[in-house]
Design a protein around this ligand. Structure first.
Ligand code: GRF
Length: 222
């Protein structure tokens, strides 16, 4: 079986990367992580790639700074695409990648670029999602894996996982509960995408029912 050559893009800690490394290790998983890319040379997650024997590369956004912000952004994204295509990458997972990508990048990789976001989109796109969820008083919070479109944290939703918000929660305790679900949701969604079972139809994702369970909506463990 040919496995889908996948890149994981990170900026920091890389715990989602670790979850993806673990799940893709068996040869019968439909995707393999062929490359890890960080836009920050000091990203902790680069060490996880090295430990796992996975090739990694730094495309330092700092090297693309210039007086014209949008030209710099476009040059960075072209460098990124160059690195990915040189490695024969077919699918990209953003996993805590803290750079906003250009519309051209999203268009080039359309339906081959997925992201995990720590909220139940379309609620709370952007940063500080856990504090904002607490401030809004929502009773359910969670995470979303979606195909990437030009607008930040938008695009067809592949899967979501929900957790309860508890009265005593702080942003940190809520983040930890959501993160545990991220580590289950992302591997399940990557499998669906790599198997070609998460098809975009009219900007919604259609997933045929599967005998082995349904990864579209994940519940926290009882
Ligand atoms: C995760 O919460 C992810 O959803 C968000 O950034 C965080 C990255 O964490 N986009 P890690 O680097 O995977 O540990």
């Amino acid at each position: 079986m040919a496995r889908v050559r996948t890149a994981v893009l990170i900026s920091g800690r890389g715990s989602n990367l670790q979850a993806l490394i673990a799940v893709t290790r068996p040869a019968d998983y439909p995707a393999e992580i062929a490359l890890v890319v960080s836009n920050r040379p000091d990203a902790e997650g680069l060490g996880h790639a090295t430990e796992a024997g996975i090739a990694s590369q730094v495309v330092d956004h700092g090297a693309y700074a210039g007086p014209d912000g949008s030209a710099a952004r476009a040059a960075f994204d072209r460098a990124l695409t160059g690195a990915l295509e040189a490695t024969g990458i077919e699918l990209i997972c953003l996993a805590g990648f803290m750079r906003v990508l250009t519309g051209d990048f999203a268009a080039h990789w359309r339906d081959r670029l997925i992201n995990i976001h720590p909220s139940l989109l379309p609620a709370f796109p952007g940063l500080d999602t856990h504090a904002r969820a607490l401030a809004a008083g929502v009773k359910l919070h969670g995470c979303t894996v979606h195909y990437v479109r030009e607008a930040v944290d938008s695009g067809p939703i592949i899967g979501q996982a929900a957790v309860p918000v508890l009265p005593e929660d702080t942003p940190d305790t809520l983040a930890a509960r959501v993160l545990a679900m991220e580590h289950r949701l992302y591997p399940a969604c990557l499998r669906l995408v790599a198997e070609g079972r998460a098809k975009v139809v009219g900007e919604r994702v259609e997933i045929p029912a599967a005998p082995d369970g349904d990864a579209r909506l994940m519940q926290p463990p009882a």
